[in-house]
Write a new protein. Structure first.
Length: 322
């Protein structure tokens, strides 16, 4: 669902931003407004970002090979991080520079009706794009708040589109306010102030996106609820009596690696343990379908080793003690 919903939101955002970018640059040509120029570059950057996310989704769908045995799922995170860089540099820093220049060297606004008309049109188009992303994200959000959803989401597309569209709507309001104050007061400084505010807003959004996607690139574990489901699925209270240690890692938004040391009975035969491991893998995949790679190590339960943790089970210079 997250992939399909993310693609739908991306296509809607790309369509809206391309139309908006053309209208903003047209308005800039008639008015000379720096707010319109900054917003035009913003929409152009957003369009490029959506193309990057679509390309990332396509490349991430490639089959695993010998060089990348766990597949290419993390490419979606790489392209999501590139989006944050583009938004910060092309969108945010450019708008800050334009705003600074306009404040120090204000110019009279010409044909302000073009600017107002285009901004109203852009607000309607961005509103449609934001509503599409909002609806699709609502299906994946569950009972979490929107802040929790942005922080916990493993698929980068919907959070990126949501933040970009929210930033675009706020930026359009700031641009409209800057143009309106310039027309009312006759002072072009207000146009520059609006542009600077747009730039600072884009920089802030880019930083949030960069921090979240960096965490995904480094490697995040499954959510606590998912980890609990996996633990419950592993234990059958017959051959598999407990989970001694477990690690999970997202290989991509819909791909999860599970590695666990499970406790088995000392009197069980190798054949019984192997059969129990196969059954445990089936239960885990049924409970958590995104658990694609599962590695289980049987062991005899030891409270001392369980308390020590998986990274301290081995003695210095020697193998783990079983």
């Amino acid at each position: 669902m997250s992939t399909e919903g993310g693609t739908k939101a991306l296509v809607a955002a790309l369509s809206a931003n391309l139309a908006i970018a053309v209208s903003k640059f047209t308005a800039f040509a008639f008015t000379g407004s720096s707010s319109m120029l900054a917003e035009g570059v913003h929409s152009l950057a957003d369009s490029g970002n959506q193309v990057l996310l679509l390309v990332g989704g396509k490349r991430a769908a490639r089959e695993a090979d010998s060089q990348h045995p766990f597949g290419y799922g993390r490419e979606r995170y790489v392209y999501g991080f590139l989006v944050a860089i583009v938004l910060f540099s092309v969108g945010g820093l450019f708008a800050c520079y334009e705003g600074y220049e306009k404040i120090h060297d204000p110019h009279e606004l010409h044909g302000w009706g073009w600017a107002v008309g285009v901004l109203v049109f852009a607000i309607l188009m961005e509103g449609w794009s934001f509503l599409t992303a909002f609806r699709e994200a609502g299906k994946a959000k569950g009972g979490h708040s929107w802040v929790q959803y942005i922080r916990r989401a493993k698929a980068p597309e919907l959070p990126v589109v949501l933040l970009e569209d929210a930033g675009a709507l706020i930026g359009l309001v700031l641009a409209l306010l800057g143009v309106s104050l310039t027309v009312i007061t006759g002072d072009g400084v207000w146009d520059g102030v609006g542009t600077l505010c747009i730039g600072l807003l884009l920089v802030a959004i880019a930083i949030v996106l960069a921090l979240e996607t960096k965490s995904l690139l480094i490697g995040e574990s499954a959510d606590k609820e998912v980890v609990a489901q996996i633990r419950d699925a592993l234990v059958d209270h017959d051959t598999v009596t407990d989970v001694i240690h477990m690690r999970t890692l997202h290989l991509g938004p819909e791909e999860l690696l599970v590695a666990a040391k499970i406790a088995v009975n000392a009197e069980d035969s190798a054949a019984q343990v192997a059969e129990a491991i196969d059954a445990a893998e089936v239960r885990v995949r049924r409970a958590v379908p995104i658990a694609r790679a599962i590695y289980l190590e049987p062991d005899i339960f030891s409270a001392e080793k369980a308390a020590a943790g998986p990274d301290r089970e081995a003695t210095p210079g020697g193998p783990a003690q079983h």
